[in-house]
Write a protein of this length. Structure first.
Length: 725
């Protein structure tokens, strides 16, 4: 070796040693930099609630107000309640319980003078006043003065209203009565017709001019939001169909009908108990010959023959896959999973080709961002794409769904990590003790020792501080707690100062001289997902879960463990590896009544999964505490928690009792969808006759409309569920 080579070797060795010696300082420096650049907020609030549309709700001394996304106070905490209504407006309530509206500048555009202000529908909000029900626009102007005994929000250009004689009719947005109030009940207009009910409890139809198109004569009806037909039931408990002109195009002959078109087809059941499908014109597309069917998704549907074997058909009724599987299920991506006799899962496409031959122990519940979780024979999880190609090798003990291009995974010894869609792990996260949140608008909450922090999707440290509590919200908003007091931080401003865009004036309609009505923006759903390993799950005596203050659960772990173990055994499996508990707010218009049941709380969907086995029955009852809106309640004694029974297609009350404050506790031994109703006809109400035909209430179509709006497109045929007796 020459002298030059020897010198180069020494230099290289020293360089490497220097780099290794500096690595801890480099990492520590990143933490220090994040801590040094973090600007402490003002810790003045007792609570921070949520972030939506530029508002952050904050509480001080028991009163609520708003800051903007930068934590700057825009509305002093002087109100008893605050609710974001959308469109840059928020509802506020004073000590007297009266409601008004404020804008993003904190200006009261409507002083608290109303008993209640509902959300905006089609540019107008329903208001309740001592003089009755009316409507205001987004500028706070009364478009229709309060005068009606009751009213419902606008839909398709018309609003149902009730007069002093308790008769229902319709008004347009000018306040003109287009259908004179003379009916016991009405539905919304769907297409050109609205259903109306007379004193004899019979249903008929009127058009938008108020003309009677079909005289009231039907016991029950179902109007399909995505179809051009309306189903009706006659005195003989048989179902038929009428078109938009009110003509009976299918005579009453079906024992049961679905309550939602899917891919343009509707399931129907004949007198022999066989299922088939009709189209929007009422034509028989697939003759009734199956024992059970699933709704069409992506042009395919699962069907079961008399031998309890499942196959797959297309919309022409052609058997893409002849019945031979133990079960099939859809992924909402035009693909179907199938299980063979050996309990191995595979996937077929729309032409019946097996993209993935049955080989996996389990499949994920659904595709997420084009990827499906799969578990191999070694019980390791990975991902495949829509073509069945393996994109992430099965090597993880557990994987979560992809969210914004990232997925949470657990490696050996349950080391948590996050991967991208190429299967590349964000190695920078390995330095943290725990990942405390999923990916929320590109941010991830983490912990290391006594420090709590937030990193971005590339793993860059945004915040890392000691002795603080953190609460990560959407849009990069972070609640920070110190010694029991909270402040608000905008993470986006820590990275890059956003450009200030000039405000654009809204165009004015030349004919009306008014601003155009904004399209109704969908409310942001609220949900919580808890994923635990078996060890983490069983280590807790009680599972404590809540969505803000709306739903609170404290469930003894042994109740769920018994249910899970029985479900796993019934599924032919030895044990479970992970538990996923999910609660999601799926909507509801507070104060809106379905017949005699009035919503006083949102609708929540509850789900308990052990790996890919869904548990719906627990064997023992658990308590669920719901918050209700006191402004929507007339008599608390008439409140109950209800669950939606998919087999009967109706809401049913469960054992309930009032809790502290504005809460109610329900007892249930199963999970599905739950809400809180006030029974406005509780006194003297007669028990209605029940039927096994699809319905969500006892008086006709109105329940279907609300359920469709709350739930979206819902499958009529229940899929296979594991039940614990």
């Amino acid at each position: 070796m020459g002298k030059n080579s020897f010198k180069k070797g020494i230099v290289w060795t020293l360089t490497v040693l220097m780099i290794f010696s500096l690595m801890p300082n480099l990492v520590g420096g990143a933490f220090a930099q994040a801590a040094n650049t973090f600007v402490e907020p003002e810790y003045v609030y007792d609570n921070v609630y949520h972030s939506y549309e530029g508002y952050v709700a904050v509480m001080k001394d028991g009163k609520w107000g708003f800051t903007n996304e930068n934590g700057e106070l825009i509305l002093e905490p002087v109100y008893n309640q605050v609710w974001v209504s959308g469109h840059g407006l928020a509802r506020v309530s004073n000590e007297e319980g009266m409601w008004g509206l404020v804008n993003k500048d904190g200006k009261e555009i409507v002083k608290p003078t109303y008993n209640r202000i509902h959300g905006f529908n089609e540019g107008l909000a329903l208001v309740e006043h001592e003089n009755g029900f009316g409507f205001i626009n987004k500028e706070g102007k009364e478009i229709i003065s309060p005068q009606y005994v009751e009213a419902r929000p606008f839909g398709n250009g018309f609003a149902p209203v009730q007069n002093e004689e308790e008769k229902w009719g319709f008004i347009n947005k000018k306040g003109e009565e287009v259908v004179e109030p003379r009916y016991v009940n009405v539905t919304y207009f769907w297409g050109d017709l609205a259903a109306v009910q007379n004193e004899e409890k019979k249903w008929g139809f009127v058009d938008k001019e108020g003309r009677v198109v079909v005289e009231p004569k039907y016991d029950e009806i179902i109007s399909y939001l995505l179809g051009e037909l309306t189903a009706f039931k006659n005195d003989e408990e048989k179902w038929g169909f009428i078109d938009q002109e009110g003509k009976e195009i299918i005579e009453p002959k079906y024992k049961q009908v679905g309550w939602n078109f899917s891919d343009g087809l509707l399931p129907v059941k004949n007198e022999e108990g066989n299922w088939g499908f009709i189209d929007k014109e009422g034509e028989n597309v697939i003759e009734p010959k199956y024992n059970e069917v699933n709704s069409f998704v992506g042009g395919l549907a699962g069907v079961k023959n008399e031998n309890d074997e499942w196959g797959i058909i297309n919309k022409e009724g052609k058997e893409i896959v002849s019945p031979k599987y133990s079960y099939v299920r859809s992924f909402w991506e035009g693909l179907i999973g199938m299980q063979n006799e050996e309990r191995k899962w595979g996937i077929v496409n729309q032409v019946g080709e097996e993209l993935v031959k049955p080989q996996y122990n389990r499949l994920g519940f659904s595709y997420s961002e084009g990827f499906l979780a799969v578990q191999n024979e070694e019980s390791k999880w990975g991902f495949i794409d829509k073509e069945g190609n393996g994109v992430v090798e099965p090597k993880y003990l557990w994987v979560g769904n992809f969210n914004e291009g990232l997925a949470e995974v657990y490696e050996e010894e349950w080391q948590r990590s996050i991967i991208d869609t190429n299967g590349q792990e964000l190695s920078v996260l390995s330095i943290y003790d725990s990942i405390d949140s999923g990916i929320v608008d590109g941010y991830i909450q983490v912990s290391k020792g006594d420090k709590r922090g937030v990193v971005d999707r590339e793993g860059n440290v945004v915040v890392l501080i000691e002795d603080r509590g953190l609460m990560l919200f959407r849009n990069g908003i972070l609640g920070v707690e110190k010694e029991g007091k909270w402040g608000v931080v905008n993470l986006n401003t820590l990275l890059e100062e956003p450009e200030e865009k000039p405000k654009q004036e809204e165009p004015i309609d030349e004919e009306s001289g008014e601003k155009p009505v904004d399209k109704e923006e969908p409310a942001q759903p609220t949900k919580v997902e808890t994923r635990l390993t078996r060890k983490e799950f069983t280590a807790k005596e009680t599972q404590n879960i809540q969505i803000e203050e709306k739903v609170v659960l404290n469930v003894p772990t042994n109740i769920w463990t018994k249910a899970i173990n029985k479900a796993i055994k019934d599924a032919g499996l030895d044990s479970f590896e992970n538990v996923e508990i999910k609660i999601e707010e799926v909507g509801a218009t507070i104060g809106y009544a379905v017949d005699n049941l009035k919503y006083v709380a949102p609708v929540f969907d509850f789900s308990l999964m052990a790996d890919n086995t869904r548990i719906t029955q627990f064997g023992e009852k658990i308590e669920m505490t719901f918050s209700f809106d006191p402004e929507a309640v007339e008599n608390e004694d008439n409140l109950s928690v209800y669950w939606f029974n998919p087999e009967e297609n109706k809401w049913e009350a469960i054992d309930s009792k009032l809790g502290e404050g504005n809460t109610i506790i329900g007892m249930t031994d199963h999970w599905s969808r739950f809400t809180v109703f006030e029974d406005t006809a509780a006194e003297g109400a007669e028990e209605e006759k029940q039927s096994d035909n699809p319905k969500t209430g006892d008086k006709g179509i109105a329940p279907y409309i609300v359920l469709a709006l709350v739930s979206g497109a819902v499958l009529f045929i229940n899929r296979k569920q594991v039940k614990i007796n």
